[in-house]
Design a binder for this molecule. Structure first.
Ligand code: DOR
Ligand code: ZN
Ligand code: ZN
Length: 430
Protein backbone atom coordinates (compact mmCIF):
# COMPACT_ATOMS: atom_id res chain seq x y z
CA UNK A 1 0.00 0.00 0.00
CA UNK A 2 1.48 3.30 -1.11
CA UNK A 3 0.97 6.59 0.80
CA UNK A 4 0.11 8.33 -2.43
CA UNK A 5 -0.23 7.52 -6.13
CA UNK A 6 0.73 9.84 -8.96
CA UNK A 7 -1.76 8.88 -11.67
CA UNK A 8 -1.51 9.19 -15.47
CA UNK A 9 2.14 10.23 -15.57
CA UNK A 10 3.71 10.11 -19.00
CA UNK A 11 7.16 8.60 -18.73
CA UNK A 12 9.43 9.51 -21.66
CA UNK A 13 10.84 8.45 -24.07
CA UNK A 14 8.56 5.41 -23.68
CA UNK A 15 5.56 7.71 -24.04
CA UNK A 16 3.42 5.47 -21.87
CA UNK A 17 1.33 6.47 -18.93
CA UNK A 18 2.04 5.04 -15.51
CA UNK A 19 0.82 5.30 -11.96
CA UNK A 20 3.68 5.85 -9.53
CA UNK A 21 3.24 4.64 -5.97
CA UNK A 22 5.15 6.51 -3.26
CA UNK A 23 5.80 5.41 0.29
CA UNK A 24 8.01 7.21 2.83
CA UNK A 25 9.46 9.39 0.09
CA UNK A 26 10.49 6.45 -2.10
CA UNK A 27 9.07 5.07 -5.33
CA UNK A 28 7.53 1.75 -4.33
CA UNK A 29 5.69 0.81 -7.47
CA UNK A 30 5.27 1.62 -11.13
CA UNK A 31 2.00 0.33 -12.56
CA UNK A 32 -0.24 0.83 -15.55
CA UNK A 33 -3.06 2.04 -13.32
CA UNK A 34 -3.41 3.10 -9.69
CA UNK A 35 -5.56 0.90 -7.44
CA UNK A 36 -8.85 2.60 -6.62
CA UNK A 37 -9.69 4.20 -3.31
CA UNK A 38 -6.23 5.49 -2.41
CA UNK A 39 -5.00 9.08 -2.14
CA UNK A 40 -3.82 10.21 -5.50
CA UNK A 41 -2.69 13.09 -7.63
CA UNK A 42 -3.80 13.03 -11.27
CA UNK A 43 -1.18 14.36 -13.69
CA UNK A 44 -3.59 13.90 -16.61
CA UNK A 45 -0.98 12.62 -19.04
CA UNK A 46 1.67 15.28 -18.33
CA UNK A 47 5.32 14.34 -18.85
CA UNK A 48 7.16 13.47 -15.65
CA UNK A 49 10.96 13.48 -15.40
CA UNK A 50 13.25 12.51 -12.55
CA UNK A 51 13.90 15.62 -10.41
CA UNK A 52 16.83 17.49 -11.91
CA UNK A 53 20.17 17.45 -10.09
CA UNK A 54 22.22 20.63 -10.36
CA UNK A 55 25.83 19.83 -9.51
CA UNK A 56 26.87 23.48 -9.60
CA UNK A 57 25.15 26.28 -7.66
CA UNK A 58 26.41 29.21 -5.58
CA UNK A 59 23.77 29.81 -2.90
CA UNK A 60 25.92 32.42 -1.05
CA UNK A 61 24.99 31.22 2.42
CA UNK A 62 26.63 31.97 4.85
CA UNK A 63 28.08 35.44 4.62
CA UNK A 64 26.76 36.70 1.31
CA UNK A 65 23.06 36.36 1.96
CA UNK A 66 22.32 39.77 0.44
CA UNK A 67 22.91 37.95 -2.88
CA UNK A 68 21.07 34.67 -2.10
CA UNK A 69 20.52 32.26 0.76
CA UNK A 70 19.60 28.60 1.10
CA UNK A 71 15.90 29.47 1.31
CA UNK A 72 15.65 31.73 -1.77
CA UNK A 73 18.18 29.69 -3.72
CA UNK A 74 16.33 26.43 -3.17
CA UNK A 75 12.98 28.14 -3.87
CA UNK A 76 14.49 29.12 -7.23
CA UNK A 77 15.67 25.53 -7.66
CA UNK A 78 12.17 24.15 -6.96
CA UNK A 79 10.68 26.59 -9.49
CA UNK A 80 13.21 25.42 -12.06
CA UNK A 81 12.49 21.70 -11.58
CA UNK A 82 15.60 20.93 -9.51
CA UNK A 83 15.15 18.59 -6.58
CA UNK A 84 18.84 18.41 -5.62
CA UNK A 85 21.51 21.11 -5.66
CA UNK A 86 25.22 20.87 -4.88
CA UNK A 87 26.55 24.12 -3.44
CA UNK A 88 29.96 25.59 -4.22
CA UNK A 89 32.41 26.56 -1.45
CA UNK A 90 33.09 30.24 -2.24
CA UNK A 91 30.92 31.63 0.56
CA UNK A 92 31.97 33.72 3.59
CA UNK A 93 33.66 31.98 5.26
CA UNK A 94 34.52 29.65 2.39
CA UNK A 95 33.65 25.98 2.94
CA UNK A 96 37.36 25.27 3.21
CA UNK A 97 37.67 23.89 6.74
CA UNK A 98 35.88 21.06 8.56
CA UNK A 99 34.24 23.62 10.83
CA UNK A 100 32.96 25.82 7.99
CA UNK A 101 31.68 22.70 6.21
CA UNK A 102 29.74 21.56 9.26
CA UNK A 103 28.33 25.03 9.85
CA UNK A 104 27.10 25.27 6.27
CA UNK A 105 25.51 21.82 6.54
CA UNK A 106 23.52 23.04 9.54
CA UNK A 107 22.38 26.19 7.72
CA UNK A 108 21.37 24.23 4.63
CA UNK A 109 19.56 21.69 6.79
CA UNK A 110 17.47 24.47 8.37
CA UNK A 111 16.70 26.46 5.23
CA UNK A 112 16.70 24.12 2.22
CA UNK A 113 13.46 23.32 0.43
CA UNK A 114 15.10 20.74 -1.84
CA UNK A 115 17.81 18.17 -1.17
CA UNK A 116 21.39 19.36 -1.16
CA UNK A 117 25.05 18.47 -1.01
CA UNK A 118 28.12 20.62 -0.50
CA UNK A 119 31.35 20.89 -2.43
CA UNK A 120 34.39 21.61 -0.24
CA UNK A 121 37.21 24.02 -0.91
CA UNK A 122 40.77 23.77 0.38
CA UNK A 123 42.77 26.24 2.50
CA UNK A 124 45.22 23.84 4.00
CA UNK A 125 45.90 20.60 2.09
CA UNK A 126 46.76 18.83 5.36
CA UNK A 127 43.06 19.13 6.36
CA UNK A 128 41.86 17.27 3.26
CA UNK A 129 41.70 13.83 4.92
CA UNK A 130 39.58 15.17 7.77
CA UNK A 131 37.33 17.04 5.34
CA UNK A 132 36.92 13.95 3.17
CA UNK A 133 35.30 12.21 6.18
CA UNK A 134 32.53 14.81 6.04
CA UNK A 135 31.66 13.62 2.52
CA UNK A 136 31.81 16.64 0.26
CA UNK A 137 30.34 16.22 -3.23
CA UNK A 138 33.87 17.03 -4.44
CA UNK A 139 36.85 19.22 -3.65
CA UNK A 140 36.39 22.30 -5.81
CA UNK A 141 39.47 24.23 -6.88
CA UNK A 142 39.56 27.51 -8.81
CA UNK A 143 42.64 27.24 -11.03
CA UNK A 144 42.37 30.96 -11.77
CA UNK A 145 43.07 31.65 -8.09
CA UNK A 146 45.69 29.11 -7.01
CA UNK A 147 49.31 28.33 -7.87
CA UNK A 148 50.26 25.08 -9.57
CA UNK A 149 52.28 23.94 -6.55
CA UNK A 150 49.20 24.26 -4.35
CA UNK A 151 47.15 22.22 -6.81
CA UNK A 152 49.85 19.54 -6.85
CA UNK A 153 49.74 19.36 -3.06
CA UNK A 154 45.98 18.86 -3.18
CA UNK A 155 46.25 16.04 -5.73
CA UNK A 156 49.01 14.48 -3.64
CA UNK A 157 46.91 14.57 -0.45
CA UNK A 158 43.82 13.13 -2.16
CA UNK A 159 45.85 10.36 -3.79
CA UNK A 160 46.97 9.29 -0.31
CA UNK A 161 43.44 8.81 1.00
CA UNK A 162 42.76 5.13 1.67
CA UNK A 163 39.74 3.64 -0.07
CA UNK A 164 37.53 5.87 -2.17
CA UNK A 165 39.36 8.96 -3.44
CA UNK A 166 37.08 12.01 -3.58
CA UNK A 167 36.39 13.73 -6.87
CA UNK A 168 38.18 16.99 -7.73
CA UNK A 169 36.07 19.63 -9.52
CA UNK A 170 38.00 22.29 -11.35
CA UNK A 171 37.35 25.81 -12.58
CA UNK A 172 39.80 25.72 -15.47
CA UNK A 173 41.36 29.08 -16.33
CA UNK A 174 45.12 29.50 -16.04
CA UNK A 175 45.94 32.01 -13.30
CA UNK A 176 48.99 33.51 -14.99
CA UNK A 177 47.36 34.00 -18.37
CA UNK A 178 44.22 35.47 -16.82
CA UNK A 179 46.15 37.88 -14.59
CA UNK A 180 48.48 38.99 -17.36
CA UNK A 181 45.75 39.45 -19.98
CA UNK A 182 43.45 41.22 -17.53
CA UNK A 183 46.19 43.67 -16.49
CA UNK A 184 46.97 44.37 -20.15
CA UNK A 185 43.35 45.02 -21.14
CA UNK A 186 42.64 47.06 -18.01
CA UNK A 187 45.62 49.30 -18.64
CA UNK A 188 44.14 50.34 -21.96
CA UNK A 189 41.32 52.01 -20.02
CA UNK A 190 38.66 50.40 -22.18
CA UNK A 191 35.45 49.95 -20.19
CA UNK A 192 33.44 48.29 -22.92
CA UNK A 193 32.12 44.93 -21.55
CA UNK A 194 32.77 43.28 -24.94
CA UNK A 195 36.51 43.20 -24.27
CA UNK A 196 36.04 40.91 -21.26
CA UNK A 197 36.74 37.85 -23.41
CA UNK A 198 40.20 39.20 -24.19
CA UNK A 199 41.02 39.54 -20.50
CA UNK A 200 40.27 35.84 -20.00
CA UNK A 201 41.03 34.32 -23.40
CA UNK A 202 40.11 30.84 -24.58
CA UNK A 203 43.75 29.79 -24.39
CA UNK A 204 43.68 30.34 -20.60
CA UNK A 205 41.09 27.57 -20.48
CA UNK A 206 43.02 25.32 -22.90
CA UNK A 207 46.15 25.56 -20.74
CA UNK A 208 44.27 24.94 -17.48
CA UNK A 209 42.32 21.98 -18.85
CA UNK A 210 45.58 20.47 -20.19
CA UNK A 211 47.28 20.92 -16.80
CA UNK A 212 44.31 19.45 -14.96
CA UNK A 213 44.33 16.39 -17.22
CA UNK A 214 48.09 15.93 -16.81
CA UNK A 215 47.65 16.09 -13.05
CA UNK A 216 44.80 13.54 -13.10
CA UNK A 217 46.95 11.19 -15.21
CA UNK A 218 49.96 11.59 -12.92
CA UNK A 219 48.05 10.93 -9.70
CA UNK A 220 45.44 8.53 -11.11
CA UNK A 221 42.53 10.59 -9.77
CA UNK A 222 39.05 11.41 -11.13
CA UNK A 223 38.43 15.01 -12.09
CA UNK A 224 35.39 16.96 -13.16
CA UNK A 225 35.83 20.01 -15.40
CA UNK A 226 33.24 22.70 -14.61
CA UNK A 227 31.70 24.98 -17.23
CA UNK A 228 33.60 23.92 -20.34
CA UNK A 229 33.30 26.92 -22.66
CA UNK A 230 35.27 26.04 -25.79
CA UNK A 231 35.40 23.29 -28.41
CA UNK A 232 39.11 22.88 -27.71
CA UNK A 233 38.55 22.09 -24.02
CA UNK A 234 35.93 19.51 -24.88
CA UNK A 235 38.25 17.91 -27.42
CA UNK A 236 41.05 17.65 -24.84
CA UNK A 237 38.65 16.03 -22.38
CA UNK A 238 37.11 13.64 -24.91
CA UNK A 239 40.59 12.53 -25.99
CA UNK A 240 41.49 11.13 -22.57
CA UNK A 241 38.12 9.83 -21.42
CA UNK A 242 38.98 6.26 -22.38
CA UNK A 243 42.06 6.41 -20.15
CA UNK A 244 40.95 8.26 -17.03
CA UNK A 245 37.74 9.51 -15.47
CA UNK A 246 37.49 13.10 -16.60
CA UNK A 247 33.97 14.46 -16.89
CA UNK A 248 32.70 17.68 -18.40
CA UNK A 249 29.99 20.17 -17.50
CA UNK A 250 28.30 22.73 -19.73
CA UNK A 251 26.26 25.71 -18.50
CA UNK A 252 23.12 27.10 -20.17
CA UNK A 253 24.86 30.43 -20.82
CA UNK A 254 27.84 28.87 -22.56
CA UNK A 255 25.41 26.73 -24.56
CA UNK A 256 22.88 29.36 -25.62
CA UNK A 257 24.75 32.69 -25.50
CA UNK A 258 27.86 34.07 -27.20
CA UNK A 259 30.13 37.04 -26.56
CA UNK A 260 27.73 39.37 -28.40
CA UNK A 261 25.48 39.20 -25.34
CA UNK A 262 28.07 41.27 -23.43
CA UNK A 263 27.26 44.03 -25.91
CA UNK A 264 23.56 43.65 -25.32
CA UNK A 265 23.44 42.96 -21.57
CA UNK A 266 26.74 44.41 -20.31
CA UNK A 267 27.80 43.02 -16.95
CA UNK A 268 24.60 41.00 -16.61
CA UNK A 269 26.27 38.66 -19.11
CA UNK A 270 29.66 38.82 -17.34
CA UNK A 271 30.72 35.39 -16.14
CA UNK A 272 33.88 33.34 -15.70
CA UNK A 273 34.89 31.79 -17.98
CA UNK A 274 33.50 34.48 -20.31
CA UNK A 275 30.96 33.94 -23.04
CA UNK A 276 32.88 32.96 -26.16
CA UNK A 277 32.62 34.05 -29.76
CA UNK A 278 30.93 31.79 -32.29
CA UNK A 279 34.28 30.35 -33.36
CA UNK A 280 35.05 28.97 -29.89
CA UNK A 281 31.67 28.32 -28.29
CA UNK A 282 29.90 25.00 -27.96
CA UNK A 283 26.43 24.34 -29.31
CA UNK A 284 23.55 21.87 -29.17
CA UNK A 285 25.36 19.46 -31.51
CA UNK A 286 28.14 19.12 -28.89
CA UNK A 287 25.77 17.92 -26.16
CA UNK A 288 26.34 14.26 -27.00
CA UNK A 289 30.03 14.70 -26.05
CA UNK A 290 29.23 16.50 -22.77
CA UNK A 291 28.67 14.58 -19.52
CA UNK A 292 26.44 16.90 -17.55
CA UNK A 293 24.72 20.25 -17.61
CA UNK A 294 25.09 22.50 -14.56
CA UNK A 295 23.48 25.89 -14.11
CA UNK A 296 26.44 27.58 -12.34
CA UNK A 297 23.68 29.64 -10.67
CA UNK A 298 25.85 32.58 -9.51
CA UNK A 299 23.66 35.40 -8.17
CA UNK A 300 24.91 38.92 -7.42
CA UNK A 301 23.10 42.17 -6.61
CA UNK A 302 22.12 44.61 -9.34
CA UNK A 303 24.17 47.31 -7.59
CA UNK A 304 27.26 45.15 -7.96
CA UNK A 305 26.46 44.44 -11.58
CA UNK A 306 26.16 48.19 -12.21
CA UNK A 307 29.85 48.74 -11.48
CA UNK A 308 32.32 48.96 -14.36
CA UNK A 309 33.26 45.82 -16.31
CA UNK A 310 36.39 45.24 -14.25
CA UNK A 311 34.85 45.68 -10.79
CA UNK A 312 31.43 44.08 -11.35
CA UNK A 313 31.40 40.46 -10.13
CA UNK A 314 31.01 37.62 -12.66
CA UNK A 315 28.00 35.32 -12.46
CA UNK A 316 24.53 34.63 -13.85
CA UNK A 317 21.49 33.30 -11.90
CA UNK A 318 20.20 30.41 -13.97
CA UNK A 319 18.11 28.08 -11.81
CA UNK A 320 14.77 29.39 -13.08
CA UNK A 321 15.58 29.66 -16.78
CA UNK A 322 17.48 26.50 -17.63
CA UNK A 323 14.71 23.89 -17.85
CA UNK A 324 12.30 26.15 -19.81
CA UNK A 325 15.13 26.90 -22.27
CA UNK A 326 15.81 23.19 -22.73
CA UNK A 327 12.14 22.23 -23.03
CA UNK A 328 11.83 24.88 -25.74
CA UNK A 329 14.58 23.09 -27.66
CA UNK A 330 12.67 19.82 -27.30
CA UNK A 331 9.58 21.47 -28.76
CA UNK A 332 11.77 22.65 -31.62
CA UNK A 333 13.04 19.07 -32.07
CA UNK A 334 16.65 20.15 -31.50
CA UNK A 335 17.14 17.90 -28.45
CA UNK A 336 15.18 15.13 -26.75
CA UNK A 337 13.92 14.27 -23.26
CA UNK A 338 16.60 11.62 -23.24
CA UNK A 339 19.25 14.35 -23.41
CA UNK A 340 17.80 16.14 -20.39
CA UNK A 341 17.54 12.90 -18.43
CA UNK A 342 21.13 11.97 -19.18
CA UNK A 343 22.65 15.43 -18.64
CA UNK A 344 20.63 16.63 -15.65
CA UNK A 345 19.52 13.43 -13.88
CA UNK A 346 21.37 10.17 -14.61
CA UNK A 347 24.90 11.47 -15.14
CA UNK A 348 25.02 13.95 -12.23
CA UNK A 349 23.81 11.12 -9.95
CA UNK A 350 26.56 8.84 -11.29
CA UNK A 351 29.39 11.39 -11.25
CA UNK A 352 28.70 12.59 -7.70
CA UNK A 353 27.67 9.14 -6.45
CA UNK A 354 24.10 9.99 -5.45
CA UNK A 355 22.70 6.49 -5.72
CA UNK A 356 19.11 7.09 -4.73
CA UNK A 357 18.35 9.77 -7.30
CA UNK A 358 18.36 10.53 -11.03
CA UNK A 359 16.11 7.72 -12.28
CA UNK A 360 12.40 6.88 -11.98
CA UNK A 361 12.54 3.33 -10.68
CA UNK A 362 11.23 1.35 -7.72
CA UNK A 363 13.41 1.95 -4.66
CA UNK A 364 14.61 5.39 -5.77
CA UNK A 365 13.73 8.69 -4.07
CA UNK A 366 10.38 10.05 -5.27
CA UNK A 367 11.92 13.19 -6.81
CA UNK A 368 10.13 14.46 -9.90
CA UNK A 369 9.51 17.42 -12.11
CA UNK A 370 6.29 17.54 -14.07
CA UNK A 371 6.44 19.59 -17.25
CA UNK A 372 3.76 21.22 -19.39
CA UNK A 373 5.11 21.13 -22.93
CA UNK A 374 2.40 23.47 -24.22
CA UNK A 375 2.85 26.21 -21.65
CA UNK A 376 4.41 29.32 -23.18
CA UNK A 377 6.07 32.25 -21.49
CA UNK A 378 8.71 34.93 -21.64
CA UNK A 379 11.70 34.99 -19.32
CA UNK A 380 11.29 37.83 -16.85
CA UNK A 381 13.91 38.08 -14.12
CA UNK A 382 11.52 40.22 -12.03
CA UNK A 383 9.52 37.04 -11.44
CA UNK A 384 12.49 35.04 -10.10
CA UNK A 385 12.36 33.57 -6.61
CA UNK A 386 16.14 34.10 -6.59
CA UNK A 387 17.25 37.36 -5.00
CA UNK A 388 19.15 38.12 -8.21
CA UNK A 389 16.53 39.65 -10.47
CA UNK A 390 18.51 39.91 -13.68
CA UNK A 391 19.22 37.62 -16.60
CA UNK A 392 20.93 37.77 -19.97
CA UNK A 393 18.03 35.53 -21.07
CA UNK A 394 15.54 38.34 -20.30
CA UNK A 395 12.88 38.45 -23.01
CA UNK A 396 13.59 34.96 -24.37
CA UNK A 397 10.37 33.24 -25.43
CA UNK A 398 9.95 29.73 -24.09
CA UNK A 399 7.53 26.90 -24.73
CA UNK A 400 7.58 24.08 -22.19
CA UNK A 401 7.80 24.76 -18.46
CA UNK A 402 8.08 22.91 -15.16
CA UNK A 403 4.69 23.05 -13.42
CA UNK A 404 5.25 20.79 -10.43
CA UNK A 405 8.32 19.77 -8.45
CA UNK A 406 8.18 16.89 -6.01
CA UNK A 407 10.93 16.14 -3.48
CA UNK A 408 10.76 12.71 -1.81
CA UNK A 409 7.02 12.57 -2.37
CA UNK A 410 6.19 16.13 -1.29
CA UNK A 411 5.03 18.81 -3.69
CA UNK A 412 7.40 21.79 -3.21
CA UNK A 413 6.34 23.77 -6.27
CA UNK A 414 3.11 23.94 -8.20
CA UNK A 415 2.51 26.49 -10.97
CA UNK A 416 5.22 28.77 -9.59
CA UNK A 417 4.03 28.62 -6.00
CA UNK A 418 6.56 27.25 -3.52
CA UNK A 419 5.58 25.21 -0.46
CA UNK A 420 7.37 24.49 2.80
CA UNK A 421 9.55 21.41 2.82
CA UNK A 422 12.55 20.09 4.69
CA UNK A 423 15.36 19.46 2.25
CA UNK A 424 17.83 16.79 3.30
CA UNK A 425 21.55 16.30 2.84
CA UNK A 426 22.08 13.73 0.07
CA UNK A 427 23.67 10.36 0.73
CA UNK A 428 26.62 9.35 -1.41
CA UNK A 429 27.45 5.79 -2.27
CA UNK A 430 31.12 6.22 -1.45
O1 DOR B 1 31.08 33.62 -13.17
C1 DOR B 1 31.44 33.06 -12.13
N1 DOR B 1 30.82 33.29 -10.96
N2 DOR B 1 32.47 32.19 -12.16
C2 DOR B 1 33.00 31.70 -11.03
O2 DOR B 1 33.91 30.92 -11.11
C3 DOR B 1 32.50 32.11 -9.72
C4 DOR B 1 31.09 32.50 -9.81
C5 DOR B 1 30.61 33.20 -8.57
O3 DOR B 1 30.77 32.65 -7.49
O4 DOR B 1 30.04 34.29 -8.69
ZN1 ZN C 1 33.79 28.45 -11.93
ZN1 ZN D 1 30.53 28.38 -10.38
Amino acid sequence: MADIWLKNCKIVPENREYAIGIENGKITSLKKAAPGGEENLDLKGAVILPGLIDGHVHLRDPGLTHKEDFRTGTAAAACGGFTTVLDMPNTKPPTNTPQAFQEKLEIADKKSLVDFGLHAGVDDPSQIKEMAELKPASFKIFMDLVEKEFLTEIFQEISEIKGHKPLISLHCEDKQIVNRSTAKEREKGNLNPEIYGKARPARAETVAVSNAILMALKFGLSIHICHVSTGKSLELINNVQSEIRVTSELTPHHLFLDSKYLEKFGNLAKTNPPLRDLKHKLGLSDLRRIDILGTDHAPHTLEEKEMNIWDAPPGIPNLEVTLPLLLTQINQKEISFKDIKRLFCENPAKIFGINSKGVIREGMDADFVVVDMKKEGVIRADDFKSKAKYSPFEGFKVKGMPVMTIVRGRVVMEEGEVFENKGKSVEYKF
